[in-house]
Design a protein around this ligand. Structure first.
Ligand code: AMP
Length: 498
């Protein structure tokens, strides 16, 4: 096995500290590093005997469990490509992924076996439930393998993007992509073997699988492993933990609990947020209640993490900080890089950037320049102190009467109105203007009226930016990673003006 094998790097700590607890589980038990990696090599043996060759894909749609983490490690050890799939995907959606990725092995929840068998093609089907039961575990023996040799440029994983436009694309991530980013984050966020990280994120996504799990493994930290977000369980875990990684909704939900205060979080040293924008208000409330400033970072499936607020310096609310060490960032307008303070499309280059989209050379060529710069599609700006702010997706940009409206600018203004919890600003077809600006507002209480919002917009915004319609909703549609589903809102209100 080569030294830049992701598996050898992730297992290095375990080789010397086999007894160290890797995960504390919900039933009060814990599992050691040694056992985790031994099981991974047993799974690797089973995958190989089930037909997995180096470079073969292992598609996995299962509930979160430590066995699923072992399956990830075992796949990589066997030279395979780990392909996790959102548990929310239906059989029809899975049909697309399985047809596109042609995996050698498919691992699914036993409850879905009958539904998936007809669409699994030539793949060998194994089952795994949330408690570790199913044919995968039943097939394990004492046999283990020596990890397959590979280069740092070989694929370790394919993660399908959430696909806000068109078909979802398989982002090909190499051993080096994953290792380099996890090592950078471990050092930047100061993770050590003394850390206990509360892990409540799903493990089919880059955040929970690579950011949280790989960083913990590389540091020799212990995971407080929860099956999903549960405010009660997180609150119970905090006094015995040191760090939490979450999406913004974790923080807003925890703020709703009166027990959240300085005493509860006294043992915690770090709260990280990402995957969707953290409201300035949430950042401020969190600091007022706990004394901790949430550290916001920015990344995506194709690139791992790109920027982070500093560990020691000022963590500036509403920004995603600076480019990580070894990562280059630039903001591009139609004629090249823009000046500080101007909005453009964020591009990124570095060892973290993926190899391209699986079997989509044209899409890859559209988004990944030959000199290594990846066009993220995120609109951003850099302020004079160097802090990066994400303004939205370029596809969410509204063009009304020929003018550009950045939704984030309007959302920030609306969010500052007393009585507003949050908002989403979208553009929908308009007979005169091409697109019309629509604000969807979530009120904190019943006293807020659309007229209050309209008055504030009239006072502070140019006419073309003012919402032509203000709609009140009890909540915004979000996916499991906490991202507001603007596409769904645009579909719902497509005929508002026509
Ligand atoms: P995904 O590939 O599912 O991780 O989604 C990546 C996208 O999430 C990015 O391209 C951004 O649009 C968004 N995103 C991630 N982190 C942040 C953040 N801290 N603030 C704003 N948007 C973010």
């Amino acid at each position: 096995m080569s030294e830049n094998h992701l598996y050898s790097r992730l297992s290095a700590y375990a080789d010397a500290h086999g007894d160290k607890p890797f995960a504390r589980l919900s039933d009060g038990s814990s599992q050691s590093y040694g056992e985790t990696f031994h099981n991974a090599l047993r799974i690797a043996a089973l995958l190989k005997s089930s037909g997995l060759e180096p470079g073969g894909r292992v598609a996995v749609q299962v509930e979160k469990s430590i066995r699923a983490i072992e399956l990830y490690l075992g796949t990589v050890a066997a030279g395979g490509v780990f392909l996790p799939l959102n548990t929310a995907y239906t059989a029809a959606e899975l049909g697309y992924f399985l047809g596109d990725a042609t995996p050698s092995i498919v691992v699914i929840d036993p409850a879905r076996e009958a539904e998936i068998t007809p669409i699994s093609g030539k793949a060998q089907l194994l089952t795994l439930d949330g408690d570790g039961g199913g044919t995968l575990s039943a097939g394990l023996t004492d046999e283990v393998i020596t990890p397959e040799p590979c280069t740092g440029d070989d694929l370790a994983a394919i993660l399908y993007t959430s696909g806000t436009t068109g078909r979802s694309k398989g982002a090909m991530l190499t051993h080096d992509n994953l290792y380099s980013n996890s090592a950078t984050l471990r050092d930047y966020w100061r993770f050590t073997e003394d850390d206990v990280l509360i892990h409540a994120l799903p493990i089919f996504h880059t955040h929970g699988l690579f950011v949280a799990t790989n960083v913990a493994l590389l540091a020799g930290a212990t995971l407080h492993f929860l099956p999903g977000f549960d405010a009660e369980a997180i609150i119970a875990a905090m006094p015995g933990s040191t760090a939490l990684m979450g999406v913004p909704t974790f923080y807003t939900r925890l703020l709703a609990d009166p027990r959240l205060d300085r005493d509860l979080t006294a043992n915690m040293r770090l709260f990280v947020s990402g995957s969707a924008p953290l409201l300035v208000d949430t950042h401020e409330q969190w600091e007022a209640r706990t004394g901790h400033r949430i550290l916001e970072r920015y990344g995506m499936t194709e690139t791992n993490m790109n920027t982070s607020n500093p560990y020691d310096g000022e963590r500036r609310a509403g920004t995603v900080g600076f480019a990580l060490p070894g990562v280059e960032i630039r903001i591009m307008g139609s004629e090249g890089p823009v000046d500080d303070g101007e909005i453009g499309v964020l591009e990124v280059r570095g060892p973290n950037v993926f190899k391209g989209y699986w079997q989509m050379p044209e899409k890859t060529a559209e988004e990944l320049r030959p000199d290594g710069w990846f066009i993220t599609g995120d609109l951003a700006m850099i302020d004079t102190d160097g802090y990066v702010s994400i303004v939205g997706r370029d596809k969410d940009l509204i063009i009304t009467g020929g003018f550009n409206v950045y939704p984030r600018e309007v959302e920030s203004l609306i969010d500052d109105i007393p009585g507003v919890l949050e908002s989403a600003v979208i553009g929908v077809p308009h007979p005169d203007f091409g697109e019309g600006v629509v604000a969807v507002v979530v009120p904190e209480d019943e006293s807020l009226t659309p007229e209050t919002v309209a008055a504030a917009a009239r006072k502070d915004l140019a006419k073309f930016k003012q919402p032509k319609q203000i709609l009140m909703l009890p909540e915004l549609p979000r996916n499991t990673m906490g991202k507001v589903q603007k596409k769904a809102l645009r579909e719902t209100y497509a005929n508002l003006f026509t």
